[in-house]
Design a protein around this ligand. Structure first.
Ligand code: RAM
Length: 352
């Protein structure tokens, strides 16, 4: 079923739930009519929507930046658009921790859920039931491709996976044992990037991926699994950590003079958290996008789609406020843009 048809059905279901009048379920009914406090604004956007922003976990600084008003993230965009935005999730980056937060948001009368999925399928019964109630489901950062209306992707998945391997290859001269310190074993985004890393590694026959370990986006676990790698693989030459929590933990471990300069590290991290490890030589190059822009774009696109200003059809363009114009891609996906590569030459220009 095409996204626009799915969207129309969702609105229809919402109207039926909200009203006993069958006539309300027409193609011209506004999604906003399912909630009495929602009104159409002069800009054509529904005003007064209840939007829940649900990161993988709370307490992860990456998501604090992506979501908060102060950083200019998702809640800032919602404020600008006149919507009520709430950030909620569990404390662990797992479906068991995240699903109750999604369910609570539904119970509280959410119009829109913006979710970074801790698992590609485990959230689907909950997200599907939300969509059946007329709630718009937008994923950002980490997708649940079969049970959402729109995905806001931070950067090309292939580009992230391949460039991470290429950055590490440069540092270790294409040779030696390497390992990956990932986030949770079920995370859609990390697993997709790792898939492309494995493909790219076939171009480097002298680089051998010996282990993938999971720090679960928890600093203590990420530190422990990094230390475990160093014990088990004394010949390890490099680590890729495609998670902001993992790369920071790994940098802390590898900044020990015992390892610094001997084991290379790259991955996805926030420049602010890693400046000191670039300065001390632990890290030479790593990547990320602007997390606040990701959250802002997700919130903006979600409100536009709910308000039917866009349909999320491939090729459609729209303006996301201060971020400018975006074109919707295949499979109801919007791409934020290419990632930044941070090195000692440019890192001080970034403050997120
Ligand atoms: C962590 C999370 C997030 C990922 C970043 C790079 O903060 O796992 O999903 O996008 O790292």
């Amino acid at each position: 079923m095409r996204g626009s048809q799915k969207t129309a059905l969702r609105y229809c279901a919402a109207a039926l739930v909200a009203s006993t009048v069958l006539a309300a379920c027409s193609s011209s009914s506004s999604p906003g009519t399912s909630t009495s406090s929602v009104k159409k604004g002069a800009n054509g956007l529904d005003q007064g929507l209840k939007v829940f922003v649900i990161p993988k976990n709370l307490g992860n600084p990456y998501f604090t930046t992506a979501d908060s008003v102060n950083s200019g993230g998702a809640l800032a965009a919602l404020q600008t658009l006149g919507e009520t935005g709430t950030e909620t999730s569990g404390t662990a980056a797992t479906p068991a921790s995240q699903i109750p937060a999604i369910q609570a948001a539904i119970t509280k009368g959410a119009n829109i859920l913006i979710v970074s999925a801790t698992d590609p399928t485990a959230l689907c019964p909950t997200l599907d039931s939300a969509m059946k109630k007329g709630i718009l489901v937008v994923t950002y950062d980490s997708d649940a491709p079969t049970c959402r209306d729109l995905f806001i992707n931070q950067a090309s998945t292939a580009q992230i996976g391949t460039s991470e391997v290429d950055l590490l290859a440069q540092e270790i001269h294409d040779t030696g044992q390497i390992a990956i310190v990932s986030a949770a074993a079920s995370a859609t985004n990390q697993n997709a990037w790792i898939g492309y890393m494995k493909q790219e590694l076939t171009k480097y026959p002298k680089m051998k991926l010996v282990s993938i370990v999971y720090g679960n986006d928890d600093p203590t676990t990420a530190t422990q699994v990094t230390q475990g790698l160093l014990e088990h693989y004394p010949d390890l030459k490099g680590i890729i950590s495609p998670t902001t929590v993992g790369i920071l933990a790994a940098a802390q471990v590898l900044s020990n003079p015992k390892y610094r300069g001997k084991i290379a590290l790259t991955g996805l991290g926030t420049p602010d958290s890693l400046k000191q490890y670039v300065a001390d030589g632990t890290l030479k190059a790593f990547e990320l996008w602007n997390p606040a822009n990701l959250g802002y774009l997700a919130a903006y696109a979600a409100v536009e789609l709910y308000s039917k200003k866009i349909t999320s059809a491939s090729g459609e363009t729209f303006t996301a406020g201060k971020l400018g114009s975006f074109t919707i891609g295949a499979d109801h996906t919007i791409l934020l843009g290419p990632p930044f590569v941070f090195t000692s030459a440019n890192i001080n220009q970034f403050n997120f």
